[in-house]
Design a protein around this ligand. Structure first.
Ligand code: SF4
Ligand code: SF4
Length: 250
């Protein structure tokens, strides 16, 4: 069983003596830090119970301090609604307060693992078949905006990050382009704002145009606002217009 099975992977791993539950909520092992995959097999073999592993966090709070959204509200306590790993997988509009914090992440967030001193120097490149393909793990952003369902399935269908379909990844790609202030994406974003059938994509594109564009885009946003029927997308276009105005007064 993995991930979505009946058992709670981390609680079982802790009781099995694999690792301890660290302040970043990861099962952390002395050998590989938190860079492990958890899976369970149920058997009726009467094993001796394992000895639990002692907590290695001590007084460290690096993961809590580094979390961009304050999702680790206490040691070992996660507010999943604020965790970028969860937020990158939602399908609706990303709440405003997280739009700049998500940065260029398309799926998931590893910050509370990468800052962990227990993980430092751990070799987790032990299985060539598990090594990420850079083109899949860090794909170019602009081609994602117009990728078809078929292309998406062919290119990303085999990776776990595709389980929610292409919309969350495309929304996150738009936010990443806004993060980089990539002016070369403005024509694609304008096209999406006018023509994409999904309100989340139209609205997020409008917001991104407001972040990246200059006053020459005000007219495009006004045009989009006139014909937009979706209330939430409308609000995003209005935000885009406000952002452009704020940019002009800087
Ligand atoms: S995965 Fe990212 S957002 Fe979530 S708790 Fe860790 S650092 Fe915070
Ligand atoms: S960063 Fe520090 S507090 Fe957080 S899990 Fe690692 S050792 Fe524990």
């Amino acid at each position: 069983m993995v991930d979505t099975g009946e058992l709670s992977d981390r609680a079982v791993a802790e009781r099995a003596g694999i690792g301890f539950s660290a302040k970043n909520c990861m099962i952390t092992t002395p050998e590989y830090g938190s860079y492990v995959y958890l899976a369970e097999m149920i058997t009726n073999i009467p094993f001796e119970p394992d000895v639990p592993i002692e907590d290695m966090c001590g007084s460290c709070t690096k993961c809590l301090d580094a979390c961009p959204t304050g999702a680790l509200v206490n040691p070992g306590q996660l507010n999943a609604q604020r965790c970028i790993s969860f937020l990158t997988q939602t399908k609706g509009f990303l709440p405003d307060e997280f739009r700049t914090k998500i940065g260029n992440r398309l799926y998931g967030c590893d910050t509370c693992q990468t800052v962990c001193p227990i993980n430092k120097g751990k070799d987790f490149h032990l299985h060539p078949e598990m090594e990420p393909d850079p083109e899949i793990a860090k794909p170019l952003l602009k081609p994602l905006l117009t990728i078809s369902n078929r292309e998406f399935k062919e290119k990303f269908g085999h990776v776990s990050g595709s389980w929610r379909g292409k919309k969350p990844i495309q929304r996150n790609a738009i936010l990443a382009l806004a993060h980089f202030k990539d002016t070369s994406a403005l024509s694609e974003l304008t096209e999406l704002m006018h023509k994409d059938p999904r309100p989340v994509i139209r609205g997020t594109a409008a917001w991104a145009i407001g972040k990246i564009g200059d006053n020459t885009y005000a007219e495009e946003l006004e045009k989009a606002l006139e014909k937009e029927n979706d209330e939430e997308a409308k609000q995003e276009i209005e935000k885009g217009i406000e952002l452009l105005k704020a940019g002009m007064t800087k």
